[in-house]
Design a protein around this ligand. Sequence first.
Ligand code: HEC
Length: 119
Amino acid sequence: MIQRMFRVALAALAVSVVLGHGAALAASAEKGKAAFMKYGCWQCHGTQGQGSAITSQGKVLAPDPLPIEGFVAFVRSTNRGMPPYSEKILPNEDLADMHAYLASIPKTKDYKTIPLLNQ
Ligand code: HEC
């Protein structure tokens, strides 16, 4: 009986590990774009994380955002020019999606690939 309970618990643990892992992998750039607008990040960082000429203080976030650990740590605990966002108002899942969105933004093409500029 105890052995059986142990096996059930082990199976539940395995499932939660798999699900946890899956959730991390499933960060969605599409949802992240919506979250970036919803939480107002765009107001200081531009709608594509390109920085903003209007606030001229919001940093460039994309392409090539900080690695996810540094990204999350900064947003949670900044005491610099940006207000911190606690997990209460900004869930980890939305933050991971936003990171996926910023990482999905393509780099600017090399101007040499623009035919008009190569004549
Ligand atoms: C009120 C304006 C403002 C808003 C809103 C804002 N930021 Fe910022 N953010 C800044 C400023 C200014 C900096 C630069 C801070 C510094 O270096 O002192 C910054 C820096 C950052 C950085 C660090 C970038 C780096 O390379 O060091 C990240 C990541 C970031 N913001 C993400 C976000 C996210 C995600 C949101 C929305 C949840 C957001 N910000 C909302 C103003 C803002």
